[in-house]
Design a protein around this ligand. Structure first.
Ligand code: IMP
Length: 429
């Protein structure tokens, strides 16, 4: 199968962590190419639950090289915290096992403060408040600080000075604190010292590795519908979440990305604000949330829950260039009565197969549902596709027919072995 790119096909939290974890078996290198510590991958390894935010989920595999690519935004303090959490369970990577791009932009304390302050005002988006949006703003405005700046203290001081002059008036308007270089610099120099062994020109590293025939897995964060260009703007994150962005965000050629695996849950969740046509309010939503333990791994927020949305998935498959789908949390639908799947939208007297462009229009569509044959009982021991309940096989067939993408993996629980592979999809080399 060669290299692989794994991306979320919905609004994030699709269970990419488990899928990447399985597929890491067939890779030498795992690369994150966008986003920052707004992500949260929950991994269960040997019965231990681990949440990583910035580090790729491949980090729990010994012997694999993890890369934080050029397109990632790195909070040095948060990264060091994750490394020390891993150290506590004996999984801290050696410098050779973690490569941090010298080109990646930094998320600094004033970015987090700005994100928090802005979220306090009425037009809030429901961000993760990790400073992601403000850091990408600085990057695009060509005034951001990068990992390479950590290596040259006098440059770091000068760039921080320019940054605080720019950010303090904004913070003042929002009732926030003033930042000074004298406060920011000493801890940052300490972080720089600790991170120095990991810093590298990761694009060049990956190009060498690819030329030597190493297998690379590109690990996306968030999901297609949170993409800055193709998501439900403005209720999106500030980076490219599609596999299309992986080449630029990792510094490799598009031809190196390999097949694209989209991860989709058997239902849909969303955190933060924005339109959600199949959202279940009240009792029904609460039941799905409970059954699927749908609480944010980064913020702890209860996730909004709803039925699987095929117009959304069709769109994700097309714009995201999905070659495969991995269907996760299929077991959660077991025991849920009157399960439905949205197959189209009705909007202004028309039937739509994909979402309208504007988020305000998407908020007005009416889902057209098809019922699924209900099923119940634990599926966690099932290892054979044909042994799955008819209702679940019906769902998989419906997805394949309507979306036009093969479902190569069905996940029936958080453990690695609670997985069924189909159509020759390989989790191991
Ligand atoms: P930001 O990325 O923190 O700026 O948040 C922007 C939007 O993306 C908000 O709706 C967040 O809830 C959402 N978001 C960001 N990261 C994730 C994620 O990893 N999973 C789900 N939603 C996310």
């Amino acid at each position: 199968m060669g290299n692989l790119s794994v991306v979320g096909a919905q609004w994030g939290d699709e269970g990419k962590g488990k899928v990447v974890d399985l597929l890491t078996a067939r890779a030498d290198i795992v690369v994150r190419f966008a986003g920052g510590s707004n992500a949260g991958h929950t991994l269960v390894v040997d019965g231990k639950r681990i949440v990583v935010h910035l580090l790729p989920s491949g980090v729990v595999h010994r012997g694999k090289v993890c890369v934080l690519g050029d397109g990632v935004v790195v909070d040095p303090e948060g990264l060091l915290r994750e490394l020390s959490d891993l150290e506590a369970i004996g999984l801290r990577p050696e410098p050779a096992g973690l490569r941090l791009s010298a080109r990646a932009h930094l998320v600094l304390p004033y970015h987090r403060e700005l994100d928090r302050r802005r979220e306090g005002v009425s037009e809030a988006l429901g961000t993760t408040q990790r400073g992601i949006g403000p850091a990408y703003e600085d990057k695009m405005a060509r005034r951001g600080l990068r990992v390479c700046d950590l290596r040259v203290p006098e440059r770091l001081r000068a760039r921080l000075q320019a940054a605080v002059e720019q950010v303090n008036p904004q913070l003042e308007r929002l009732g926030g604190p003033r930042f000074t270089v004298d406060d920011l610099l000493p801890p940052l120099l300490d972080h720089a010292r600790q991170l120095e062994p990991f810093i590298e020109d990761t694009g060049a590293f990956l190009q060498r590795a690819l030329a030597a025939g190493q297998q690379v897995l590109f690990e996306g964060a968030q999901g297609v519908l949170l993409d800055i260009d193709h998501g439900t703007y403005p209720y999106v994150t500030s980076s490219t979440t599609l596999a299309g962005g992986a080449a630029a965000g990792a510094g490799v050629a598009p031809r190196d990305l390999g097949a694209v695996v989209g991860v989709a849950k058997a239902y849909v969740t969303r955190v933060g604000k924005g339109p959600f046509p199949t959202e279940l309010a009240g009792e029904e939503g609460a039941r799905l949330r409970q059954a699927g333990a749908e609480f944010g791994s980064t913020t702890g927020r209860p996730r909004r829950c709803g039925w699987l949305d095929l117009p959304q998935l069709r769109y994700a498959a097309r714009v995201g260039g999905l070659d495969w789908l991995a269907l996760t949390k299929a077991d959660v639908l077991s025991g849920i009565e009157q399960t439905k799947v949205c197959v189209a939208y009705r909007w202004r007297g028309k039937r739509l197969d994909t979402p309208p462009v504007d988020a305000e229009d998407l908020a007005q569509v009416e889902p057209v549902y098809e019922p699924l044959t209900a099923f119940s009982g634990s599926l966690r021991e099932v290892r054979d596709y044909e042994a799955l309940p008819a209702g679940l096989r019906e769902l998989v067939a419906l997805i394949e027919r309507e979306v036009g993408v093969r479902v190569g993996l069905v996940s029936l629980g958080p453990q690695r072995e609670q997985t069924i592979l189909r159509h020759g999809f390989q989790a191991a080399p």
